[in-house]
Design a protein around this ligand. Structure first.
Ligand code: UDX
Length: 438
């Protein structure tokens, strides 16, 4: 089949590459000509596990092409729109301007029956609006506007593309369902394909992300309680997760959730609901408490460090491991609060240094590696769960540091590794200092 993907970001590029790998002819379109030039030159523009290999393979095979000219959608069986829908700075709702622009531009190139599918995360009824925009611009266009929400995790986008828990197709058009059933045929029968109304499909995405955000908030709250009552969060989470109604995933305590989706989607969901005079109290609380969590984490670090003119070595700046993305990263907010409290920072991240520099500017020292970060520091603070942080030589780290303190907000170290350190982890013992070893 012929597919066109509009938007070559964290969703569009893995999606386009994935469909090319499945044997389709794919053209990925983006307005940013520099991006397209790079992709045409064989240079991948994002870091995503396993993506580069598939991108190179399919590009060479001629199944995966790139263009900044939207006219290239002409002749596609399916046009997938995967442009960003960031939080609007003023309204805090999803900013749909790029999406509407793309719809208006593509309309004139719909010259045969085409399924136009929205993969961007959009508020309920956006599909109807996009349908209106296209029909107004090109009244003779023969198309169906369908919602196919994405559930790709950053860092695992390739894995998630090929191993989805479900595929949701929001439409009442039998013609569109037939086309998408062909596109998704390689996933059948392993993956359930759920056909819903367009509005339901649009809401499924927001409702899922908000639920997962609340699950994280909940485990973080229980983790706080564990610290006071002497329970251990890993044991509690394991015991909870074995209940199949709860499930074991998304029960890891941390410094708060971040990334380009959860913070944006929870905000957009409550804003959207308010337009219908519906209050989503749980989601509102999750947004508020997640912000508080990040500040609380910074103040805990400051408490543990004691002196105001202290230096912290920060390991991890991305919002989770496996990505170079620092958008809405708790680590960045924690760094900003620590700087405000007068603490000097020596920071290191295996993939996120460049992006972090745009946020933290020249206010911190950018270390060459974790050992450089630890040099003369008063505390080593782990904010992202990179595997390499659990493989460090902690004897060497201890010798390098001014004061042997570790704050592990991802709970990745074991008691053997932290021997000889004052060690603080989440959800264990009594706050503020749960001393495994001292
Ligand atoms: C999320 C959704 O999982 C995905 O389905 C959707 O399409 C896009 O948004 P992503 O933003 O890539 O994916 O990250 P995810 O792996 O879900 O993690 C989000 C945040 O939650 C991270 O900051 C992570 O550290 C945090 N988290 C996750 C926890 O603190 N504890 C957990 O147990 C799981």
């Amino acid at each position: 089949m012929r597919a066109a993907i509009i938007g070559t970001g964290y969703v569009g590029l893995p999606t386009g590459t994935g469909f090319a790998e499945l044997g389709n002819d794919v053209v990925c379109i983006d307005k940013l000509t520099e991006k397209i030039d790079m992709l045409n030159d064989g240079k991948i523009t994002i870091f995503e596990e396993g993506l580069e290999e598939l991108y190179q393979k399919n590009r060479r095979a001629g199944r995966l092409k790139f263009s900044s000219d939207i006219a290239q959608i002409e002749g596609a069986d399916v046009v997938i729109i995967a442009v960003g829908t960031p939080t609007h700075p003023v309204t805090k709702e999803a900013d749909l301007s790029c999406l509407f622009e793309a719809a208006e531009e593509l309309a004139v190139y719909l010259k045969k029956y085409t399924v136009v599918a929205l993969k961007s995360t959009v508020p309920v009824c956006t599909g109807a609006e996009v349908e209106r925009i296209i029909s107004k611009k090109n009244p003779s266009a023969d198309f169906d506007l369908v919602s196919i929400p994405e559930f790709l995790r950053e860092g695992f986008a390739v894995y998630d593309f090929f191993n989805p828990d479900r595929i949701v197709i929001g439409t009442d058009s039998a013609r569109a369902i037939a086309v998408l059933n062909r596109l998704y045929a390689p996933f059948s029968p392993k993956t359930p394909i759920l056909i819903t109304t367009r509005n339901s499909a649009e809401l499924i995405k927001y409702a899922s992300n908000a639920f997962l955000a609340m699950k994280i908030l909940y485990i973080n709250e229980i983790s706080n309680f564990c610290e006071k009552c002497g329970a251990k969060i890993e044991e509690v989470a394991k015991g909870m997760g074995l209940d199949s109604r709860i499930g074991s995933k998304f029960l890891k305590p941390g410094p708060g959730y971040g990334g380009s989706c959860f913070p944006k989607d929870t905000l957009a969901l409550t804003k959207m609901a308010k337009r219908y005079n519906v209050s989503l109290h749980l989601t509102d609380t999750a947004i508020e408490k997640n912000e508080e969590r990040k500040l609380d984490m910074a103040h805990r670090i400051a408490d543990i460090m004691g002196a105001q003119s202290a230096t912290a070595a920060i390991l991890g700046l991305t919002y989770k491991s496996g990505t170079d993305d620092v958008r809405q990263s708790p680590a960045i907010d924690i760094c900003k609060e620590l700087l405000r409290l007068g603490i000097s920072l020596r920071v290191y991240d295996p993939k996120g240094m460049q992006n972090a520099e745009e946020q933290l500017k020249d206010q911190v020292y950018y270390a060459a590696d974790p050992y450089d970060a630890a040099a003369n520091a008063d505390a080593l603070v782990i904010l992202t769960e990179w595997d390499e942080f659990a493989e460090l030589d902690f004897n060497r780290i201890r010798d390098l540091m001014q004061s042997a303190k570790i704050v592990d907000f991802r709970n990745i170290l074991n008691s053997r590794q932290v021997e000889g350190f004052l060690y603080h982890r989440l959800g264990c013992g009594v706050h503020p200092c749960s001393l495994v070893n001292s």
